[in-house]
Design a protein around this ligand. Structure first.
Ligand SMILES: Nc1ncnc2c1ncn2[C@@H]1O[C@H](COP(=O)(O)OP(=O)(O)OP(=O)(O)O)[C@@H](O)[C@H]1O
Length: 251
């Protein structure tokens, strides 16, 4: 199993150049994510959440500041940090089994037992010979999660992975995600626009504001799963998040 990762983000700032103007995006982000936490980042559209995730994944370097995994500066992508995007990005010419098995194949390894176990865990064993076009959106996203998790990443980076699913499938997938996280004990960092989703999944919620983005608050949720939307504790945290955001119109 991959070593579980602790992420240390220190004084991280970033920006882009747009039409010769500087576009500051992230401003002095300081955040530590402990191994096996489930951290959810909430923030308005365009504030820089995906940019931050790309940096944790090593797909982009910050202009200033530091970002480390277990004390080592993150300078490039690494198989121990896996990203799952909003779109499942499965290979259409590969079956479900071959999509999940891809990492092993690339590394010239064979671990059919792990692939089988993963397919059972996501409830798609009977679809192992199906092609992506034969799957529903929720099933395809489960395959993408299986493909990410079969290689036992130290950290799973989730960029709105349930954003395009209908609300019923989304509720099922939220439960599955918690189940997988409890079983496989990876560190999870996820971006969502959905406050309810954050409340149901996170061990910690980070709230960001933008132009440029900075952290304006965080909430620890020491509650068991499954959680109930109308529990007193969640109602209180939901209220506090709305209060913090001040009912921003650009959410
Ligand atoms: N490669 C790039 N070049 C220039 N600007 C970029 C680039 N990538 C992102 N941006 C800009 O950076 C800002 C943050 O983008 P990002 O995708 O990180 O936001 P986000 O919070 O994830 O948004 P959303 O919630 O809508 O997905 C946006 O203003 C975007 O236009």
């Amino acid at each position: 199993m991959a070593e579980k990762q602790r992420i240390d983000i220190t004084h991280l700032s970033h920006g882009y150049s747009l039409d010769n103007d500087d576009l500051p995006v992230l401003d002095d982000i300081n955040l530590t994510i402990e191994p096996q936490e489930f951290v959810v980042i909430l923030g308005p559209s365009g504030c820089g959440k995906s940019t931050l995730l790309r940096m944790i994944a090593g797909l982009e370097q910050p202009l200033n500041g530091s970002i480390q995994a277990n004390g080592q500066e993150i300078s490039e992508a690494d198989p121990s940090r896996v990203v799952v995007f909003q779109d499942p990005t499965l290979y259409p010419w590969l079956t479900v089994w071959d999509n999940v098995n891809l990492g092993f194949k690339i590394r010239k390894e064979k671990n059919d037992h792990a692939v089988q176990l993963m397919l059972e865990l996501i409830g798609l064993n009977s679809f192992k010979n199906a092609y992506p076009r034969q799957l529903s959106g929720g099933m395809a996203q489960r395959v993408a999660l299986a493909r990410a998790l079969v290689n036992d990443p130290g950290i799973l980076i989730l960029d709105e992975p349930l954003g395009k699913l209908d609300s019923l499938t989304r509720i099922t997938m939220q439960k599955e995600l918690v189940h997988l996280w409890q079983q496989r004990k990876f560190t999870a960092i996820m971006v969502t626009h959905d406050i309810e989703e954050a409340l149901l999944l996170a061990t910690r919620i980070i709230v960001m504001r933008h132009r440029p983005a900075h952290i304006i608050g965080e909430f620890r949720l020491n509650m068991d799963y499954p959680r109930h939307r109308d529990s007193e504790e969640l109602i209180k945290i939901r209220k506090d998040i709305f209060h913090l955001l001040g009912h921003q119109s650009d959410w």
